[in-house]
Design a protein around this ligand. Structure first.
Ligand code: XMP
Length: 216
């Protein structure tokens, strides 16, 4: 079954803990990014992990030189199960993160083409090359857009067995039906606002989970 990753981009600790607790029955993994970590601190990752008992991925879109990437990975992977990095900075920068991840048995997930409209300007023209690099490096996952199913399909064909982590369903308007025709078991959809901003995040997470189950 395609899995559900909750993007927990709220900026309030109590709200984050409440939503993580309420939705944990339906969510397979939780993604924490800058909004929540900057509003609190990195230890929120540990707290959310302990409370939810889910895989927690830090979406820091790391994009620096190898020595800085290494430091960011070391700090992040003390608590997180995985880290999202950019691929456009090149092979050495990604390898620096992979080295830290391997030592700690953690995941590195690389961005190919982002889901927002602006990604067509600079990212889309190089996204297939980034997907090829992800495959060459054997990363543990790649991010590809649910907002552009045809691009999602192309990137999936390039990366083969590497799991896809795909944002764009819900608030960004991605078509879940179309996306589920492309994704396979072990891939994830990422859903943020349409769960955490809904009147009832638990019900919303349940609705997404049921849609994923029904497509099995
Ligand atoms: P929403 O609220 O749109 O949240 O459901 C989507 C989440 O995913 C992040 N995001 C991305 N992360 N590559 C990434 O690594 C992308 O292309 C991408 N598009 C969206 C976004 O920050 C939010 O957490």
């Amino acid at each position: 079954m395609v899995k559900l990753m909750l993007a927990l981009d709220v900026m309030d600790k109590d709200k984050a803990l409440k939503i993580a607790r309420e939705t944990s029955e339906y969510v397979d993994a939780i993604k924490i990014g800058y909004p929540l970590v900057l509003a609190t601190n990195l230890k929120i990752v540990k707290e959310i992990k302990e409370l939810s008992n889910k895989e927690v991925i830090c979406d820091f879109k790391v994009a620096d030189i190898p020595s800085t990437n290494e430091k960011i990975a070391k700090l992040t992977l003390q608590y997180a199960d995985g880290i999202i990095c950019h691929g456009f900075v090149g092979e050495d920068s990604i390898r620096a993160i992979q080295n830290v991840a391997k030592e700690n048995n953690k995941k590195v997930i690389m961005v190919t083409e982002m889901s927002h409209p602006g990604a067509v300007m600079f990212m889309q023209p190089i996204a297939n090359e980034l997907a090829k690099l992800a495959k060459k490096l054997g990363v543990d996952g790649v991010v590809a857009p649910s907002t552009r199913p045809e691009r999602l399909k192309e990137i999936k064909e390039i990366v083969g067995e590497i799991p896809i982590v795909s944002p764009g369903i819900g608030a960004q308007g991605g078509d879940l039906e179309k996306v589920l025709e492309i994704l396979s078991d072990n891939d994830y959809i990422i859903v943020g606002r349409s769960i955490y901003n809904s009147e009832n995040p638990k019900e919303s997470a349940k609705m997404y989970k049921e849609k994923l189950k029904n497509r099995e």
